[in-house]
Design a protein around this ligand. Structure first.
Ligand code: ATP
Length: 357
């Protein structure tokens, strides 16, 4: 017989009350993130419901909970089951959300070729790997290369006729549902896009695809500040946009323009990613080359008051992963894989915080 009486579930909730979600800075109990509390034979069990499966502080929060409950007399061990319920982004007047899709996140760049699609695909892959349900729209009319980056080059979109109109079935790879401009156009024929055509396709990709339920819908935009960006920002409420740039001055100038446009359109800028930040030759790990300059991402982040959420080095396996349909973030622990992982968790955390505060 234990000489102390086991604490009640109310007592467990009482000691968990001061434990906060570090990002939301609110009590886990008040946020309804602690559920199903039970005590049996000195073992306390409960479910911790995080706001994203990609929560960067998962371990820390579990540890804080365990410490608080473990300290109670009569408790021999604590078992925490961790799950996640991604909150729905806030609604925006005059903009219609996509049914079933909780958060729409765009990835944009001012200039072409800076690695925007690579960043978008790796964010999507990291989120899907964490357990989130993820979709992607490849809206890059000039270079729809997301299908290649996900090994879906030969995918064909199925279109179903339904009472409310045509419904597209997305292709799926690495747990990511994808629709792409690349599925619709003949790769060998030049396409001249006019604004209304582009608008129509973006709207179809949003509202006429069988997305099911998605925690995150990632949109790879064409570079620049043109029709696609405007259509999207004015059509749907967005949880936010990630801006990709290289450290180079010309790329930064364009990134700044893009960033200001989204701010003017009322789309939250989640952060800036500096890609191709530096190169370390694999055979000379002590040498770093700043091929496109240095410090640009930090400069733009300070100047415009948006966070720098990651610096990704130039690494050959990033390009190889893109060509082979295997995003680097799923394959290995290189500096670039770690940087992409951190970027994805930061994005998820920022989106959850914005939805709940
Ligand atoms: N950090 C990196 N290290 C090595 N190669 C990279 C890196 N980032 C991107 N690349 C490579 O650079 C090329 C351009 O990248 P990507 O297609 O992602 O750029 P983009 O900005 O989307 O281009 P576009 O303007 O054509 O849409 C690709 O071959 C990609 O694999």
């Amino acid at each position: 017989m234990p000489d102390t009486i086991a604490p009640s579930t109310a007592k467990i909730l009482e000691v968990l009350q001061p434990v906060q979600d570090p990002e939301l800075q609110k009590s886990l109990v008040d946020l309804n993130m602690i559920r199903n509390v039970k005590v049996e034979n000195g073992i306390a069990t409960f479910t911790l419901v995080l706001t994203t499966p990609a929560c960067p502080l998962k371990e820390m929060i579990v540890d804080d909970c365990k410490k608080a409950v473990q300290a109670l007399p009569g408790i021999e061990s604590v078992e925490v089951e961790v799950t996640a319920e991604t909150p729905q982004q806030k609604s925006v007047p005059d903009r219609t959300g996509v049914p079933g899709v909780k958060n729409i996140i765009a990835v944009s760049s001012g200039k072409g070729g800076v690695g925007k699609s690579t960043v978008a695909v790796n964010i999507a892959a990291a989120l899907a790997q964490s357990g989130a349900s993820v979709g992607m729209i490849d809206a890059d009319i000039y270079g729809p290369n997301v299908p290649t980056m996900l090994g879906l080059e030969d995918a064909v979109v199925e279109v179903r006729k339904e009472a409310q109109g045509d419904v597209m079935e997305p292709a799926i790879a690495q747990g990511i549902k994808l629709v792409s401009m690349g599925f619709l156009i003949d790769k060998d024929q030049p396409v001249i896009w006019r604004g209304p055509m582009l608008n129509g396709i973006i709207r179809q990709f949003l509202y006429q695809v069988d997305w099911g339920t998605l925690d995150y819908l990632i949109i790879d935009l064409p570079p620049g500040t043109g029709d696609a960006q405007l259509t999207l920002a004015q059509a749907v409420p967005m949880a936010g946009v990630v801006i990709v740039s290289t450290p180079q001055n010309v790329a930064l100038l364009d990134a700044r323009k893009g960033l200001k446009m989204f701010q003017q359109l009322g789309v939250p800028v989640l952060g800036v990613v500096e890609n191709m930040s530096y190169f370390i030759p694999p055979d000379r790990p002590e040498t770093q080359y700043d091929i496109f300059g240095s410090g640009g991402g930090e400069k733009i982040s300070k100047e415009l008051g948006v966070p720098l959420i990651g610096c990704v080095p130039l690494e050959i396996p990033v390009r190889e992963g893109g060509d082979q349909g295997k995003p680097i973030v799923l394959n290995g622990s290189s500096a670039s894989a770690q940087a992409f992982q951190k970027i994805a968790t930061e994005v998820a955390a920022k989106v959850s915080v914005a939805a709940l505060t």
